[in-house]
Design a protein around this ligand. Sequence first.
Ligand code: VAH
Length: 320
Amino acid sequence: KILVTGALGQIGSELVVKLREIYGVDHVVATDLRSSAHEITRSGPFELLDVTNDKAMFEIAKRYEVDTIIHLAALLSATAEEKPLFAWNLNMGGLMNALEISRELGCQLFTPSSIGSFGPTTPKYNTPQDTIQRPNTMYGVNKVSGELLCDYYFHKYGLDTRGLRFPGLISYMTPPGGGTTDYAVEIYYAAVTAGRYTSYIAKDSNMDMMYMPDALDAIIDLMEADSFRLMHRNSFNVTAMSVDPEAIAAAIREESPGFILDYDVDPKRQAIADSWPHSIDATAAKTEWGFHARYDLKAMTKDMLSKLSERQCKNTNESA
Ligand code: VAH
């Protein structure tokens, strides 16, 4: 059985649906700090859980006899920069609980890292799998610490920890909250609802991105990979594209010619984006467990706009 924390977040809300399709509804326990109207709170086991409460997490993991924990509950980069102490307590406290409980119960553990684990001194182009990581954001410190903690638990206790350095993730189901790359999601919603978007990230700020279906496949493929094939464990670079706001706008215009993009740069989130790589190298993930991204910018844009337009039509019809 699989325990998912942060199940109502941007990744969790889609991953739980997919995991339940693959492994069976009753084999996937979704947990989050609070409930919501999302169907996963009704379609299978759902529990309220504050991941900083180790006793509560242990009790749920034990009661459901889980053998895998997918720990997604965390604050993203922009929020973490606004509330660094809260971010440290939640991001690191939650992960330590997930590690200790996985060790006690013998679970396999997945937790995501991020391109945010790199800093200003990291090579910005074709960023290697193994390279300097001196992030200057609290989120980045949390992610590097998380990678090192997961490696430590593997080497010291033999815990089967695994993780991915995610790029910005783009999805139409559940918007991200408090990220720096959220602009790349908002731009599609705005294209459908308003035909224009004002970006808080500047032109030419290239960052790695990936469509959510590819992220979900990457999590499952990594977790299913033979452990002996893995030279790395908790921090595989994965990416599908390196884009800036102009590139996304150009792809949108191929579907909606009149789309307008302008800028009102947010210095705080721009500073975070500027500290991250422009394009990372995913060779290790491809060679060690067969990572591949199916969606490029064109395919992702086509799918995002069609799914969001469908939803808008449905909402319009329902409210009519
Ligand atoms: C964020 N979406 O913006 C997350 C992610 C690489 C970006 O870590 O904080």
